[in-house]
Design a protein around this ligand. Sequence first.
Ligand SMILES: [Fe+2]
Ligand SMILES: [Fe+2]
Ligand SMILES: [Fe+2]
Length: 413
Amino acid sequence: MNASLEIRTDLRQAVFALSDALDLVGVDDYHHGKRVGLMAVECGRILGLETNDLNLLLDAGLLHDCGVSSTEVHHHLVEEMDWPGAQAHCERGNALLSAFAPLAPLAPLVLYHHTHWDQLPALELDERTQLFSNLIFLADRVDTLAAPHYGQQSLLFYRGRIRDTIARYGGTFFAPRLLEAFLHASDNEAFWLYLEPPHIHARLGEMAQYRQPQLIGYPQLRQLAEIFSRIVDAKSAFTVEHSHGVANLARLLGELAGLPEASQQKLEIAGLLHDLGKLRVPDEILEKPAKLTLEERAAMERHSFETYQILRRIPGLEEIARWAAYHHEAPDGEGYPFHRKGSELPLEARIISVADVFQALAQNRPYRAALPPAEVLDHLRQLAAAGHLDAEVVELAERHLDTCWRAATGGTL
Ligand SMILES: [Fe+2]
Ligand SMILES: [Fe+2]
Ligand SMILES: [Fe+2]
């Protein structure tokens, strides 16, 4: 394989960009993960923590809600101080992160980020895990209380009330040491104002500059992409394994088209990440058992653009970002959101589009049952004849229909 074609990227920057995808779950309440990370770091500084620990807290803040895909769960978590259903997303997040060695140190912090301080001793954790997970909890709860006031003239006015509320939970929900650090850090107006855009981006950008890059290649990038594909696919029971199936089929079609191994790997990553932007689509639209209204369609059609905005910021993934972003573009220029057409659409982007439609048709959806291979092919042919899908890629799928169907569904015929 030509070494220059290998994918290489910086894990730190990838995590940072991908945390934007998690922020999308807030729909209107953006940047929750970033604010939690930033607040945890500010408190950590007061506690005199070392740079490595501050970086760990920042990453834990960015990713602490990776177990949340559903907009409904997100609403509960940001609207209720102590929601009884909270532990499930901590466990999901822990399972996702502990499976990937470079991010595994974050897993215990995510697992206990809704556990009250006075319940932690019974779990026999080391002191650092107790303290750090509790700090994420504290920052998370502060953000819940502050969320309605960001971007409002009254943010600084409400900070006193937020500090008083948090202080009432010292010794029960939160470690007294952490409470003290928070009260110290948040006594400063700048603490609160840095949490709002555009200041939060500038602040996090500065922090990122001082971090050592951590280069990763295809196997690790694939694992990271797999984690995020699971977060996206978990959004609805109807999309479980969708991204995974698109990735498998896209790789297979790339191989059948005679593309080099490096392109096949990139196709796989693009397939895993193509629907990242769907995290912003409210659950009720994704799960609607009927045709979408024009307004709902408009909300849905943002998603591939959002995918692009996240991925294009990851160095080394520029091509992957384009292929993923074009998955609803069409050879006739009638797709969205860029209306690319003809030679503006690379073969790999056309492959992702076909794989996306193929997998979706082969899967149960709220408004119809899964279609068998012959019917999937019928639909693909019609779309190709109308200029919406690439005819040669569809022909390739036709020639290897059963293999393609198995790649897309993981099923046996
Ligand atoms: Fe949270
Ligand atoms: Fe899509
Ligand atoms: Fe898709």
